[in-house]
Design a protein around this ligand. Structure first.
Ligand code: FE2
Length: 272
């Protein structure tokens, strides 16, 4: 058992790592992207690199599930893994969105609920959403999601996900999860959506932004569960705060490498 004081101290130290990390407070790429000045080449480059990250993330998520310290974490990890692969979240019985279960597109499917007892649909895999998003940009299945499409900074991020987020040390893995969720909830989806909306109305009206808006909606919900997650992490057998904080900080360094790579590529004209 941990005391309230211990919990508050830990929470303050975790927040200090997460809220002050440069990728959370000062992401040059997404800040620029939100202004809507990205060219078609910039949007294509972002799409390909994002597809590599989001496809290889599935590997890291599987590793996280395999290394889960208890059944609860194992199942929570499976919810994310199976949903990524195409099992739609089934909303609770009290939800009015029950009918949406028939759809496969991100503008139709639920952002909450469980994969337990729900349906697998090929076309509901997040990677397939991205493939459909990318079609009006002139990108096909073969242009997306493979390791060999990744730049060195994208691959560094993906490998850090496997190593830290998928770690077999529960304190390290929980620290990385905490960091990834905070990064994701800190607003980068909204910045990308703003830039993509401008690009869509300027030169690509057939672009569907639902892949991005679906994920943004999910993150808004995750942000609400933060305190519970820290409490659960702290009660893991053998919990090591030092490893948790190091896992969080190193994971954010990996995230930063990804965005800095895209920023560098934009400035250097690699994405032209
Ligand atoms: Fe996803």
């Amino acid at each position: 058992m941990t005391t309230t004081e211990e919990f508050h101290g830990f929470r303050a130290r975790a927040d200090a790592v997460v809220y002050h990390h440069p990728v959370v407070v000062d992401n040059a790429y997404t800040k620029w992207f939100s202004k809507g000045e990205a060219s078609a080449a910039d949007v294509r480059h972002l799409t390909v690199q994002f597809s590599v990250f989001s496809h290889l993330f599935v590997e890291a998520q599987l590793r996280k599930v395999i290394n889960a310290a208890d059944l609860e974490t194992y199942r929570a990890g499976k919810e994310i893994l199976m949903n990524e692969l195409g099992v739609i979240f089934k909303p609770g019985a009290d939800s009015r969105r029950g009918a949406a279960e028939e759809g496969v597109d991100p503008e139709l499917v639920s952002t909450e609920g469980t994969v337990d007892g729900s349906r697998f649909r090929f076309a509901a895999a997040h990677f397939e959403w991205l493939v459909r998003f990318a079609a009006p940009l002139g990108l096909g299945f073969e242009d997306l999601g493979k390791r060999y499409h990744g730049t060195s900074s994208t691959l560094f991020f993906c490998d850090e996900l496997l190593r830290i987020y998928g770690s077999d040390d529960p304190s390290t893995a929980e620290g990385a999860s905490y960091a990834v969720e905070h990064w994701a909830a800190a607003g980068f989806w909204k910045e990308l959506i703003a830039g993509l909306t401008a690009f869509q109305s300027r030169e690509c009206p057939s672009l569907s932004l639902a892949f991005w808006t679906w994920h943004d909606k999910v993150e808004d919900q995750h942000a609400a569960h933060t305190a519970d997650e820290l409490d659960e992490a702290m009660s893991l057998p053998g919990f090591d705060e030092g490893k948790f904080l190091a896992g969080a900080a190193e994971m954010l360094d990996g995230v930063k490498a990804f965005w800095d790579g895209l920023w560098h590529d934009h400035l250097e004209g690699v994405s032209k």
